[in-house]
Each structure stands twice: as structure tokens, then as C-alpha cells.
Design a protein around this ligand. Structure first.
Ligand code: C6P
Length: 427
């Protein structure tokens, strides 16, 4: 493989080591995740694809099973006890999400299928009525396709222009360039809180404040942030914030769109159907208020309840403690990977979550992933649905190890040993 240019020494390696949070027992936490007890090829699983999706702890699995066994019914549509109980549980889950992100009102929390659907909902429901010919939408060079393609399509359809905030070699946004991009034409800024390809944490509050000064609204893609960083949508003052339940130790098939009520009241519905209407005749329909206005059809009931249980679980440990353990793992892993000959870390921002993208001179990322799999080590390889990021570094793909709070120092050591095996096989 061609050696990679523009990769800096990770700043971690020049600083003093990060200390673990006192009394944190990752092994005990790991024991609460049934799938992490599995073995592959006779070796215990090391799960390092947490940026793709996280594993589920016993309390989340038990809540879902118990709900199906005892409480399951449709929501909002019946007067019988099961339906009323189910509706209560569904709305309690919404209230938990609302508290988790400090939303002012739980009706500003819309349940979606995931981050992708939440962004598409905004691109359609807010973007179409508010972005027109000659207007501009700003995204960043770090975006996942889910927060790029919907805006690209919108701009094409309405005759607007998509502008891109560039990044430096470390994978950090060029904030001076961002300020220059903002103008009266900017209608919307859509930026990721954390990059899924590099792990960069963006200065999201500053991005929001600058956009507001220019008169633009801001959508934050929080898919990679919600499991690592405490979110306070009121302190951020973002207009929209999206994340996925499956990346937050909850079930797949559920996501969240937070929006300021003033936007939700104005927005057009995303989908049309049952339970989002006020009245229907053959001539005309009128629509109900948020959140129902944006939740057509039978919603993801059990997934919402499961997400509520995941939030309870995360809250019990505490996001600050989780972040401290993950910072410790990131520091150790960065130091150890940096000593491997021919390995280059891609994305060396000063502020990163526990995610390391890398390439090796000896092997293609796909080969790295395949060899690690024989060692029961699960990482992601490829473009991570962020092709423009790969292009920025002139790479077709990277290998990506992403850590959660149930990962241990032993997992880091297994990864390092696996990478030495890659070198042995390819040298
Ligand atoms: N990133 C990854 O391995 P969904 O699929 O809708 O739950 O999330 C989409 C999405 C949006 N934004 C960001 C920043 C993301 O990282 C993701 C999902 C996964 O990196 C799957 S490609």
C-alpha cells in the first residue's frame, strides 16, 4: 500500500497519560453484556465496532422481553388496559429521552427509525419549505453520507448551493473558513457533533452560535456523540439534534429527532397516515400537533421502551464516568498503536472520542479486518459511509477500532497483538 501523507503524530502521545476513573470496573460491566461472553474461533470476542452499533446490556434485553411477555399492545389507538399501559410506557420513554438531552418539552422529541430518518425528516419537512433557489446549505467535510446526501439532494431539487467546511490534516474543522462561508444566503447548517470516520469532536456550540448570528438554523448529527458526550440541547441552542438508539446500547429501529417546537409547528409532515391527523375527508386532511404529527403509522413501541431502558442504564453509570474510561482507553490504544511499524493513525484531532481510524503500509484495511476476525476481534473496515473523508486523505478505506465503556485494556492488548499478526502474515 502507498504510504499515507498528511498524517500527524497523535497529540496524545506527547502528553502525560490519562488516568482511569477511580473504581471503574470495566470487566464487571462487560459481564452484563451477554453477547460479549461469546467466543469465535475458540477465542473470547473483542468487540471494537461500537461506532457502527453497540451491544445490549442485560437490563435492556430483560426490559424488552418483559414488555413483550406482559405489557405489549398498540399505542394511542385503544381504550383497553394493555393499550393504555403500552401508551404510557411509550410516552415515558419519550420523557426519558427528553430528560437525557435536556429538551424543554417532550413533545419536541420525535421517534424515528434512526438518525438517517431523522435527518431526512428535517430535509423534507423543514428544508423543502425553507430553502429555495439561490440559498445555501452548509455541511462539513466530516459528514457521514446520512448528513450529506439529503442536503445535496435538497439543494439539487430546489436550486440551492451546498457549501462545505474544510478540515485540516488532523481532521479538525477549519473554523475560519466556516465563518467565511456563512452569509445571508445560508439557510441551514448541518454538521456532525462527532465524526464517525475519524472520531473528531467538533466545536458544536461555536458552530451553532456563528450560524445563528448569520440567521441560519442548525441541525446536529449526534449519532456518534450521544453515547460519549452529555447532550444539553438547550445549552447548545441547536434547532435540531438527531441520534440513533442502537448506538446508545438500545435496540435497533429507533432514533430520535429533537427539534425546537417553533420549527415542528411550522414543518410539513414527513409521512402521512394513521394517528398523525386531526380530521380526514376525501377532499382534505388536517394534521395533529407534534410529536404525533411526525409519527405516522404504528410507531416502534418496544424499541422506544428499550431505548428508555438503555438511557436508564447509561445514566446509572453516568456519561462523565463513561467518557473518562473511554478517554483512558483511547490514550492507551493511541500510544500502543503509534508504536507499531507501518501503522498510521488517520484523524489526530486534539478532541476525539474513543475511535481510532488507521491504515498500515503492510496490508489493505480489508485484509486487516479479515485477519483480526480470525482472532475474534471485530473492527470496521471500509469508507465508513464517509467517502469524502477518505478522499480528503487520498485513501480508499481505513480500519477503524471504536471503543465503548465495556472495553478493557486487555481488549486493546488483543488488538495490538492482532495487528502484529497482520504484519507477520504480510511481511
Ligand atoms: N454510522 C458507522 O459505522 P443510522 O444508520 O441511521 O443509525 O445512523 C447513520 C449515521 C449518521 N451519522 C453518523 C455520524 C453516523 O456515524 C451514522 C452511522 C455507522 O459509522 C454506520 S455507517
Amino acid at each position: 500500500m502507498t504510504p499515507v501523507m498528511h498524517l500527524n503524530t497523535p497529540s496524545h502521545c506527547t502528553q502525560s497519560p490519562v488516568e482511569p476513573p477511580a473504581g471503574f470496573d470495566a470487566a464487571a460491566i462487560r459481564a452484563q453484556f451477554p453477547v460479549l461472553q461469546r467466543e469465535f474461533n475458540g477465542k473470547p470476542l473483542v468487540y471494537l465496532d461500537n461506532a457502527a452499533t453497540t451491544q445490549k446490556p442485560r437490563p435492556v434485553i430483560d426490559t424488552i422481553t418483559h414488555f413483550y411477555e406482559h405489557d405489549y399492545g398498540t399505542v394511542r389507538r385503544g381504550v383497553y388496559a394493555l393499550c393504555e399501559g403500552s401508551t404510557r410506557a411509550y410516552e415515558e420513554a419519550r420523557a426519558k429521552v427528553s430528560r437525557f438531552i435536556n429538551a424543554p418539552l417532550s413533545c419536541g422529541v420525535i421517534f424515528t427509525k434512526g438518525t438517517t430518518e431523522a435527518i431526512n425528516l428535517v430535509a423534507t419537512g423543514y428544508g423543502r419549505p425553507n430553502v429555495g433557489r439561490g440559498d445555501e446549505v452548509i455541511v462539513s467535510a466530516l459528514e457521514h453520507h446520512a448528513n450529506l446526501v439529503p442536503w445535496q439532494q435538497l439543494c439539487k431539487d430546489v436550486g440551492a448551493t451546498l457549501k462545505v467546511i474544510p478540515i485540516n490534516d488532523a481532521g479538525e474543522l477549519d473554523m475560519a473558513a466556516y465563518k467565511k462561508l456563512l452569509s445571508k444566503k445560508t439557510k441551514l447548517v448541518a454538521v456532525t457533533h462527532v465524526s464517525n470516520a475519524l472520531g473528531t469532536v467538533n466545536p458544536i456550540k461555536a458552530i451553532i452560535d456563528e450560524a445563528h448570528q448569520a440567521g441560519a438554523v442548525v441541525l446536529v448529527d449526534g449519532a456518534q456523540a450521544a453515547s460519549h458526550i452529555p447532550i444539553d440541547v438547550q445549552a447548545l441552542d441547536c434547532d435540531f439534534y438527531c441520534f440513533s438508539g442502537h448506538k446508545l446500547y438500545g435496540p435497533s429501529g429507533i432514533g430520535v429527532l429533537y427539534a425546537k417546537i417553533c420549527h415542528l409547528d411550522e414543518m410539513t409532515p414527513y409521512q402521512y397516515g394513521g394517528e398523525m391527523i386531526e380530521s380526514v375527508t376525501f377532499e382534505e386532511s388536517t394534521f395533529t400537533k407534534p410529536p404525533n404529527k411526525f409519527e405516522a403509522g404504528t410507531p416502534p413501541i418496544v424499541q422506544a421502551v428499550g431505548l428508555g431502558a438503555a438511557i436508564d442504564y447509561v445514566n446509572q453509570i453516568g456519561l462523565p464516568t463513561i467518557a473518562a474510561w473511554e478517554a483512558y482507553l483511547l490514550d492507551i490504544a493511541t500510544r500502543k498503536l503509534s508504536t507499531i511499524d507501518g501503522l498510521h493513525i488517520v484523524g489526530t484531532a486534539a478532541d476525539k472520542v474513543s475511535l481510532i481510524s488507521f491504515v498500515m503500509d503492510q496490508a489493505h484495511p480489508l485484509d486487516i479486518g479479515t485477519i483480526l476476525d480470525t482472532e475474534a476481534i471485530a473492527i470496521r473496515t471500509g469508507h465508513h459511509c464517509a467517502q469524502p473523508v477518505m478522499k480528503r486523505y487520498n485513501l480508499p478505506a481505513t480500519a477503524r477500532a471504536s471503543f465503548a465503556f465495556y472495553n478493557t485494556v486487555d481488549d486493546v492488548d488483543r488488538l495490538v497483538a492482532g495487528l502484529h499478526k497482520v504484519i507477520e502474515l504480510f511481511e
